[in-house]
Design a binder for this molecule. Structure first.
Ligand code: COA
Length: 329
């Protein structure tokens, strides 16, 4: 008896939708090769995370609104990939894992794969496609700009460990008394909407990854506390206010059980000089009482005074990613 195993009939070369049953190992190997100069151990870990993303896609209906991207096959093997990921926001998608094998570059393969993915988004009435690219990856940025992606801004990821953090004075030299005038207090449960409005005003929502924070991000209350407790999450926020009681800044520490602390510092642009430093000083004082774990903060790359403060507090920049956006019209 002859047993014939059915294998998919791919075209000999060119773009085609990824087949999760057959392609994932080859795509992972391609990503490791294509990003090898750029990946640190954590980056390599994220390549494996994209494996889990493919796996999730198979299980979860929410992830299946659009197929997860295209590959390019040549000489019987995969030499190009562009992954498409859905977000929780309908119509908003993410492109990731844009990679072409070094031996096949500058032949228009990445462009053709991007075009295939964008055509798919358009056909399914998607509205927005976002991507992140290392700020110094000029070649990739050139490719995306030539395809009508626009730069929104860049965010730097800073890291430290609680054991390494240095206190920073809450007031600048020559600014004595600022701390006493500026009261920092815990966010009240009734201020969650004002906190969200302040957050959206102080940072372009497209600079939060993978999507803007939800409108109830700062909401507290019994149900929220219970849900956070069950998931092992914690979140604390402190605010500054002006003389009319309007919020001028908000500083947040979030953590998942056993995971790194993530800081978030949002300040009205016109109040930056006055409140950014005391709020960061407050976060650092608060962290000093916490278990010694990694601390991360993602902050706009062009906020030079904050960059200096983060250096002074002994954070180190890990990488800066430019956020780009494509609007389907
Ligand atoms: C970036 C990358 C995907 C481009 O793939 P590619 O198939 O070579 O790209 P294309 O041939 O389709 O080029 C499209 C455009 O990108 C730009 N570009 C790509 N590579 C370039 C290079 N080495 N120098 C200058 N411009 C370049 C050009 O504008 C080019 O258009 P042109 O050829 O008409 O001038 C590929 O170099 C790669 O895999 N790099 C490593 C992984 C990576 O950085 N991915 C991006 C992550 S966000």
């Amino acid at each position: 008896m002859v047993i014939t195993q059915l294998t998919p009939q791919w075209p000999p070369s060119g773009p085609r939708p990824i087949n999760l049953k057959y392609d994932v190992p080859q795509v992972t190997a391609l990503l490791e090769l294509a990003f090898s100069e750029k990946l640190d151990p954590e980056g390599r870990e994220s390549v494996h995370t994209s494996n889990s993303a493919f796996f999730l896609w198979q299980l979860d209906r929410d992830y299946r609104r659009l197929p997860p991207g295209y590959v390019w096959q040549e000489d019987g093997r995969i030499i190009g990939n562009v992954t498409l990921i859905n977000t929780k926001t309908p119509g908003r998608h993410i492109i990731a894992n844009v990679a072409v094998h070094p031996d096949y570059r500058r032949r228009g393969i990445a462009r053709a794969l991007m075009e295939a993915v964008l055509a798919q988004v358009r056909a399914r009435h998607g509205q927005t496609v976002m991507l992140q690219v290392l700020k110094d990856n000029i070649n990739a940025i050139r490719l995306y700009e030539s395809m009508q992606f626009t730069q929104i801004g860049a965010m730097t990821e800073w890291r430290s460990n609680i054991s390494r953090l240095r206190d920073i004075p809450p007031a600048s030299f020559g600014d004595v008394g600022t701390e006493t005038r500026l009261e920092i207090r815990p966010l009240l449960a009734s201020q969650w909407q004002a906190a969200f409005a302040l957050d959206s005003r102080s940072l372009n929502p497209d600079l939060t990854w993978p999507e803007p924070i939800p409108a109830d991000f700062y909401r507290q209350g019994l149900l929220r506390s219970l849900r956070n407790f069950l998931r092992g999450w914690s979140q604390e926020s402190w605010v500054t206010q002006d003389s009319d009681g309007q919020l001028t800044g908000i500083a947040t520490i979030s953590a998942e059980w056993g995971g790194p602390y993530t800081l978030r510092l949002r300040v009205l642009p016109e109040q930056r000089d006055k409140v950014a430093r005391p709020l960061l000083a407050k976060l650092i004082r608060r962290l000093k009482n916490q278990p010694r774990r990694t601390v991360a903060i993602y902050h706009p790359d062009d906020d030079e005074p904050m960059n200096q403060l983060l250096h002074a507090a002994n954070f180190s920049p890990r990488r800066t990613l430019t956020h780009m956006r494509y609007d389907v019209t």
